[in-house]
Design a protein around this ligand. Structure first.
Ligand SMILES: [Zn+2]
Length: 233
């Protein structure tokens, strides 16, 4: 079998193996990088290439088996929805127009497009769901305080989760739909409370506590994990 080699890649038939030489390496070692799915061989600095090649040929079957194991049979990825990790599975008929099906029991989202595209196409669906839930919470909280708000807007905020304007317009980041439900609920209580107290005084937090007594944990969650919501879609 012919072999062709370049300084950093050793080709075994059609398989490109990345060669890393280390001064301290005592023997030849082979592994698959789980992230890039590239086979990587590590060898002592002075070992002749022919020894590395013959080592790789002896492990040819192992490499093929490992690569098959690492490459998933279908196009998959994951996304957070209401605090749970949903598997994105491209298994619906690709001939048809875009279809998205939520399977809440299996925590999966079935679709018929690519992983990159589905992430873009999911945004409108997530925004709609966010609006529905946020509206429910805000109406309930406003009724509790016997006040009203003008309207609710869903925004693509970069550095905040919500806001409350003097004229009674409440705005929220659609990304809250990816957080656990109590986190979204806490932000609703927070913004509704601002309709009475336009500050973060003890009086303000008292109102938040009246609307949603268990708000402290979600508040901490948002502070510690909020950036997660920007790495999903
Ligand atoms: Zn605030």
């Amino acid at each position: 079998m012919p072999l062709s080699s370049s300084p950093n890649i050793v080709k075994i038939d059609e398989i490109a193996v990345i060669l890393q030489r280390h001064a301290l390496a005592k023997s030849v070692r082979l592994r698959i990088d789980p992230r890039t799915q590239n086979p990587i061989v590590t060898a002592p600095k002075s070992l002749a290439i022919k020894h590395i090649e013959s080592f790789l040929y002896r492990h040819h079957a192992w490499i093929i088996k490992q690569l098959a194991f690492f490459s998933p049979p279908i196009d998959t990825d994951k996304v957070l929805f209401k605090g749970k990790s949903y598997q994105l599975i491209a298994q619906l008929n690709p001939e048809k127009r875009l279809t998205i099906c939520f399977d809440h029991l299996q925590q999966s989202i079935l679709h018929n497009t690519s992983t990159d595209l589905i992430k873009m196409r999911l945004k409108p669906a997530f925004k709609r769901e966010a609006l529905t839930l946020i509206q429910q919470h805000c109406i309930e909280f406003a009724q509790k305080l016997k006040i009203s708000f003008k309207e609710i807007q869903i925004k693509d905020y970069k550095g905040r989760w919500g806001s409350c304007r003097q004229d009674g317009v409440l705005s929220f980041s659609w990304r809250l739909i990816m957080a656990p439900p109590e986190v979204l609920k806490y932000v609703c209580a927070h913004e509704v409370a601002h309709l009475i107290q336009m500050n973060h005084s003890p009086a303000f937090w008292q109102i938040v506590g009246t609307l949603f007594p268990l708000y402290k944990q979600p508040k901490v969650w948002l502070k510690e994990n909020g950036s997660l919501l920007f790495r999903q879609l």
